[in-house]
Every structure is written in structure tokens, then in C-alpha cells.
Design a protein. Structure first.
Length: 133
């Protein structure tokens, strides 16, 4: 499964057609459900975040939905990734608030609650780990 996922992730950055990127995002979303948390966080999240800068609005909208679904399903993470939301994800999705395409703004509005809940979970877990240490 990880081999197929890596194959899709490595080729999606070099695909030119938006329809191919949308199919790749659907495959990433489906394979991500069965992947480990490490694969989701270290492999799927960076690729979907990079697709948030795509020229096509449907690709950006699909990327934010896949990103929200992926980080929403994370249960564990290494302590070094505890600040992934404030230092990486939120900085990369902030421009979607003022995106010229309505479909992107709607997808962001639908996904913001999932991103906020996942961020809160990351914050709680990292705070508990610091207290335990």
C-alpha cells in the first residue's frame, strides 16, 4: 500500500492536467484512510499542502478537503511534529480565505472546523507530553 501511495505522491507534482490531479487526490484520500499516521503526516500532508497553490480552483478545493480529512484522522504523531499546525499548515491555508474562486472558499469553510479540531488535539497531546516529561 505504501508503495502505491508513494508512486501517486511522487507523480502528482509533475502532472499537468487538473483532471489528473483530481484523480490523484481521490486516490490519495482513499489510500490515506488505510495508511499509518506517520505516512499521512510525513507524506500525504506535504503533497496536499503543495497542491493548495495550484492554478486550478477545483484542485485547490479538493486539496483542502483531502488535507482536512487526512489531519482529522491522525491519532498519533512524534513530539517533533507538535507545531505542524501553527508553523506549517495554518500558514499554507491562510490565503484560501480570500481565494478568488468561490468553490475554494466554500471548501475551506467546510474544512476549517476539522482543521481546528485536529489542531486542538495536537496541542492537547503535545501539552500532555510536556507535562509528563
Amino acid at each position: 500500500l505504501l508503495i502505491y501511495l508513494q508512486l501517486i505522491l511522487s507523480t502528482v507534482r509533475h502532472v499537468q492536467r487538473p483532471s489528473s490531479k483530481l484523480v490523484a487526490l481521490q486516490l490519495i484520500h482513499r489510500l490515506g484512510k488505510f495508511s499509518s499516521d506517520e505516512a499521512r503526516l510525513q507524506r500525504i500532508v506535504p503533497v496536499t499542502v503543495s497542491l493548495l497553490q495550484d492554478h486550478d480552483s477545483l484542485v485547490r478545493a479538493s486539496a483542502i478537503q483531502v488535507l482536512a480529512s487526512t489531519v482529522g484522522s491522525l491519532q498519533s504523531f512524534p513530539p517533533s511534529d507538535s507545531k505542524v499546525f501553527p508553523e506549517y499548515i495554518f500558514k499554507r491555508v491562510a490565503h484560501l480565505i480570500t481565494d478568488p474562486a468561490l468553490v475554494v472558499r466554500i471548501a475551506f469553510a467546510k474544512s476549517v472546523a476539522v482543521l481546528a479540531e485536529a489542531s486542538q488535539r495536537f496541542l492537547d497531546i503535545s501539552h500532555a507530553v510536556r507535562l509528563y516529561e
